[in-house]
Every structure is written in C-alpha cells, then in structure tokens.
Write a protein that binds this ligand. Structure first.
Ligand code: NI
Length: 388
C-alpha cells in the first residue's frame, strides 16, 4: 500500500484545517479553541465516542471497526504552539502576537483528524482506534496528565503510537529506531550565597562569582569523568546571573541549566553528581549552595517489537528505501514518553524536507507530508487491528 488515494484526495481539505490551526495558535493547556475544533470535526466524521476534558483540555475519540471485536490502538497527536513571534510571512501566519505553531503540532493535529475521518468512513479493522489529541506537549506534561487520569484503562488502549515531523529528513521519508529515540530532560537551579564586599577588599567577603565559576567548571566533569563515555549525557549551564556594579562583589549568584540523557540511570547519576559537587564546592569555600532539581520529561523509549512494526507500516507507505530504521536519537525531550512508559508502542519521525528547524520563527509544517502521515496512521491502525 503506497499513499492512500483517499488521503491524497483529502490533502487539500486537511491542509485547510492545518492552516486554520496555524493562524490560531494556543499555548500549553490553554488550547480551548483547538480542542473545540477537534471535537467538532470528530462529531462531523461520526466518531463513535468523543471525550473532551481529559488532562484538562485533551480530547479522545473512539472509532469502532466493522470487522469484529478486538484491542484498542491509540494514535496520538499534540495540539499546542510555542511562545514565538512568527516571521514566515505566510498568508495563514499566526494572528496572535508571540504565539506560533513552530513545532508543527498544527500539522500533527490535522493529519490525525484526516486519519480519523478516513477510519470512520471505512472502519476496515476489528476492535477500536482511539485518536488522542493532547495539550501541553511543549512543557506542562499534558500527555502525563492524560495518562494519570486513567486514559489507557478507560479506553482499553493496548498499544500507542506517536509521530513528529522532522526538518532535515527529506519529504517522503520516515525515520525511527528501537529503544531510546528522544532524551529525558531535567532542569536545575543553583544559588551560590556568598558574602558581598567592596571589590577592592575581596578578603572581607566571599566572592560568589569565583565560587560559581568553579562550580560551572566542576559540572563539566559529569559528562567527561562520571558517565560511561558510550552513554549520552548533556549538562548545560544556561543561566549565570550576578552583580550590578564595577566595584561591588555581589552577595549571590543564580545559576540554571538542563540535563539531557537517554537513560534513567544516567539521569540519576547526573543529579547525584550535581548535588555532590554543589555541596563540596560549598564546603570548600564556606558558602551555602542551594540546589533544586526538576525532573522533566522521561526518555522516549520505543518498544523494539512495535518500532519494527511501525517501520514496516512506514515502508508500506513510503517504500523500503525511504525508511531509516536506525536514526540517531535526539537530545530533545518529548511528552509522548509518558504514554510509552504506560503502554508498548513507537514514536516515528516524518520528513518535513529542507525547512527551518523546529522552534524557529521561520519554521512551517510541510503540507506535502500530509498524505504520508495520514496513510501511515491508517496503515498502523488497519494492520495492528487486522482480523486473524
Ligand atoms: Ni513538537
């Protein structure tokens, strides 16, 4: 099965939905209009059960197959935009200042709606398909909220699949890998509480800038000396705030940063090392060092069997040569990780061609990818739920 004729036929209509969503971006859990749009479309398609308000503003639609009873397969899209000022100059550009669909979640939502329309028309499967539209992927953990509210149990979801467009991967291609595909992201804040002084009399204070500088350098040893070099870890200090004057040693330095890993144990090791380094540097220089750790999204781990299944579905749509089954993992985070922690499944990248990168003000989702994305969703659903 290459691209479905029906999906190609619907491209224009789906691109219209995509552009409507693109013009009207909403952030985080505040995706009220977007969720209402999704709900309206699912009703129009005759989807059997539509439940809004899961994970605050998430929506789940259930489509029953006509080939008998069976499992439920979950297909997931994200709905939220980013606080970015768009510079594409497109006729359908964002109409809201400082809000923009710069990660293509408009495309993800529109493609899953397209698949829902097709699946509700044809129902060529047994069991059920649950189309999952989540809020707050770009921070906030909307996917986690939906899982915590019991979405998987409530709809009997046995497997779950996710898809993200990817600039740099050619249009018409897919990429996936078994195991970790996106990183765990954690954030930290550190406060070094020194003792202010006249800049000409440093011995009368404890200079927190010198202490914090030692600390930043010591944190570099986590990647270079504490973690197995075969494993991946990023420790980046991204904020270093202190001082107001040329002649004053400040009281305090505020540091912050992020840690990215592809492995739970490496994340735990990094946290343990940062904590120990903060305490040790504090003791060495006689200052209090406060440390705050915020574990954000977990690692997005593709189940090996389901990743092979997903790659197969992608091959059927795009052709064998157009599916990379061993793409390098990305050190970005992804909220779909929570759904994959809860059920086996796989997350796949869909080529967006040579566009500006994700989260860039010139980025735009490639509407030419729509027939591929829709055909992939349909293939996954119909194959996973094929009668024996
Ligand atoms: Ni995204």
């Amino acid at each position: 099965m290459p691209i479905l004729n029906r999906a190609a036929e619907m491209q224009h209509e789906i691109a219209g939905w995509r552009r409507h969503l693109h013009s009207n971006p909403e952030l985080g859990f505040d995706v009220v209009q977007t969720a209402a749009f999704v709900e309206g479309k699912l009703k129009e398609f005759g989807v059997d059960e539509i439940v809004p308000g899961i994970g605050k503003t998430g929506v789940v639609g259930v489509i029953k197959g006509r080939l008998g009873s069976g499992d439920t397969v979950g297909l997931r899209a994200d709905m939220d935009a980013l606080p970015i000022n768009e510079i594409t100059g497109k006729p359908y550009a964002s109409t809201v200042a400082n809000k923009m669909h710069a990660c293509g979640h408009d495309g993800h939502t529109a493609m899953l709606l397209g698949a829902a329309k097709y699946l509700a028309e044809t129902r060529n499967f047994k069991g059920q398909v649950a189309v999952i539209f989540q809020p707050a992927e770009e921070g906030g953990g909307g996917g986690n909220e939906m899982v915590k509210e019991g979405m998987m149990e409530r709809f009997g979801i046995a497997k779950v699949f996710g898809m993200h467009n990817m600039p740099g991967i050619p249009l018409g291609e897919f990429a996936i890998r078994p195991g970790p595909i996106m990183a765990a992201t954690s954030e930290f804040d550190i406060k070094v509480k020194g003792k202010g002084a006249h800049a000409a009399m440093p011995h009368q204070g404890i200079d927190p800038i010198v202490v914090a500088s030692q600390l930043v350098l010591a944190l570099q040893t986590i990647a270079s000396r504490s973690v197995d070099p075969i494993k991946s870890v990023v420790v980046s200090v991204t904020k270093f705030h202190a001082g107001d004057a040329y002649n004053v040693i400040p009281e305090e330095v505020a540091l912050a940063g992020t840690v990215r890993t592809l492995d739970k144990e490496v994340a735990a090791k990094a946290e343990e090392r940062i904590r120990a380094i903060c305490a040790g540097i504090g003791t060495t220089f006689g200052v209090a060092v406060e440390f705050d750790w915020d574990p954000n999204y977990p690692v997005t781990v593709n189940d090996a069997e389901q990743a092979a299944f997903a790659a197969n579905a992608a091959r059927e749509v795009a052709g064998a040569r157009n599916v990379d089954e061993a793409v390098a993992p990305l050190m970005g985070g992804e909220d779909f990780s929570y759904m994959l922690e809860s059920r086996p499944g796989a997350f796949i990248f869909l080529g967006n061609g040579d566009s500006a990168n994700l989260h860039h003000p010139a980025y735009d989702f490639n509407d030419e990818a729509i027939p591929l994305g829709v055909s992939y969703w349909v293939k996954v659903a119909e194959t996973a739920l094929a009668p024996a």
